[in-house]
Design a protein around this ligand. Structure first.
Ligand code: 5AD
Ligand code: SF4
Length: 470
């Protein structure tokens, strides 16, 4: 999953009756999605969005609990907000502070105790009750709501307006599934996001249609275990993710489909085949493997081996020869030996990844990994991470360099950094910029790649895109 430790601000346009709100999102795409839904909800209550803390009457931190560093960052951010709140109080102005997301779920009332300036703590399955909670907060109550009710949440959330959708650009997330039943022994997600729940097919189709009608061209289906999707249709029949993707592949207006994040165990053959049969499904799969050592994978409770993972990639490449892979890795899981780590490097060499996310193991309270007595030294973790990241970076650069001289499809998303430029993404999520007219934003086009920088590709427009027709 694409994790950002830097916050991303959700954007929306709305009237100003309720004051101004800033929603800062940390962590995974699910949090980015939730942040936009909170913005939609508060927009309906009359809140206007701002990207500036200084303007905000309400600041919501949509937090991540996946690693200790992510959680600690929230408390330092809260410390700064507390100072701002105090300074405003001295001027007779108020600022409400809400902690949402996974830190809220995991720590609940502790957050209120640890930081007195926090007004509300609201979990990822209860933020639809924010309007009511805010009313109570305005009367001076400090509350925590971490109840789980996924169905109630989706029913209660308003759909965004066309203007809100347009302001967010041509690529959008749609949540199809939440939660995780896998209980990998390092991970807090099953505790913070709860059990796997799939949204009904009709809800997903309606939300997607609305986005596409407002001009969205790329849909990324998201879920903590997206490929475990099993949602009911109107007849009560369960659809797999592959079936959902095939249906969306027929929806007019969609140029690109993606899905994230998958688990190897749920990488069913129909999903692999979908990469051959659905032209709009991008040839890029994010599939976390975590480790290349079977011993460590077993200790992590991953329920797959390194060989299973390689076999999935073999079948994906059979279905779609140009498929590129990205993954997540953890180094220094308790008990990991030099030989285990060497197995991870060997697996990476065998696959060749286009991009990756890699982390030092961080013991999380309440997870089985944290109880183990054979924790790895911080210094060893640091060395292993450096070695792993240097190999992954080499592969990423090689992958980017290999696109030079090729002609690829780009979906243009926004104006480029320089006058007369437009910027978009390759099928492999690489940022690409070309000289071209702004009216091509929202379109796909064929681009000859002429150079690879360290983080983006430069190209030349050579023709109209094919993807939209696929
Ligand atoms: N320590 C380090 N990395 C972790 N991840 C999940 N839990 C931990 C942890 N305790 C990583 C995994 C997962 C990604 C989202 O975050 O690699 O795939
Ligand atoms: Fe965490 Fe494992 Fe579930 Fe992914 S599959 S969310 S790593 S428990």
């Amino acid at each position: 999953m694409a994790f950002s430790e830097a916050p991303e601000a959700a954007t929306a346009e709305s009237p100003e009756a309720g004051g101004k709100v800033l929603v800062k999102s940390y962590g995974c795409q699910m949090n980015v999605y939730d942040a936009t839904r909170m913005a939609d909800l508060l927009g309906r209550e009359g809140y206007a969005e701002t990207a500036e803390e200084a303007d905000a009457d309400l600041v919501i931190l949509n937090t991540c609990h996946i690693r200790e560093r992510a959680a600690e960052k929230i408390y330092s951010e809260l410390g700064k907000l507390a100072l701002e709140k105090r300074a405003r109080a001295a001027e007779g102005r108020d600022m409400k502070i809400v902690v949402a997301g996974c830190v809220a779920q995991a720590e609940g009332e502790e957050v209120l105790k640890r930081q007195r300036a926090v007004d509300l703590v609201v979990g990822p399955q209860s933020y639809h009750r924010l309007p009511d909670l805010l009313k109570q907060a305005k009367q001076g109550r400090r509350l925590t709501d971490t109840e789980f009710d996924v169905d109630e949440k989706f029913d209660a959330l308003p759909q965004p307006s066309r203007a809100q959708i347009r302001a967010r650009g041509v690529s959008a997330f749609v949540t199809v599934q939440e939660g995780c039943d896998k209980f990998c022994s390092f991970c807090v997600v099953p505790y913070t996001r709860g059990a796997e729940v799939s949204r009904p097919v009709a809800d997903i189709l309606a939300e997607t249609q609305r986005l596409v009608d407002a001009g969205v061209r790329e849909i990324t289906l998201i879920g903590q275990n997206v490929n475990a999707y099993r949602g009911p249709d109107d007849k009560g029949q369960e659809w797999s993710l592959a079936r959902l993707l095939a249906h969306l592949g027929e929806m007019e207006g969609i140029a690109r489909l993606r899905y994230t994040t998958s688990h190897p165990v749920d990488m069913a053959q129909d999903l692999i085949d979908a990469h051959e049969s659905i032209g709009k499904l991008m040839p890029y799969v994010h599939l976390p493997v975590q480790s290349g050592s079977d011993r460590v994978l077993k200790a992590m409770n991953r329920r797959h081996t390194g060989a299973d993972f390689l076999d999935i990639i073999r079948r994906l490449r059979l279905a779609r020869p140009d498929v590129a892979m990205s993954s997540d890795f953890i180094v220094g899981f308790p008990g990991e030996t030099d030989a285990d780590f060497a197995d991870t490097l060997a697996l990476i060499r065998e696959v060749g990844f286009a991009a990756s996310f890699s982390f030092k193991y961080s013991p999380r309270p309440g997870t089985p990994g944290a109880e183990r007595t054979d924790q790895i030294d911080e210094e060893v973790k640091r060395e292993r991470l450096a070695a792993l990241q240097s190999l992954l970076e080499e592969q990423r650069q090689a992958f980017n360099a290999a696109t030079v001289g090729k002609t690829i499809e780009v979906l243009f998303e926004k104006p480029g950094r320089h006058e007369g430029q437009i910027a978009g993404k390759s099928p492999y999520m690489q940022p690409v910029h070309v000289s071209g007219p702004a009216d091509m934003i929202g379109e796909t086009a064929r681009v000859a790649i002429v150079a690879a920088g360290s983080n983006s590709l430069a190209g030349r427009l050579v023709g109209k895109g094919e993807e939209a027709k696929a």
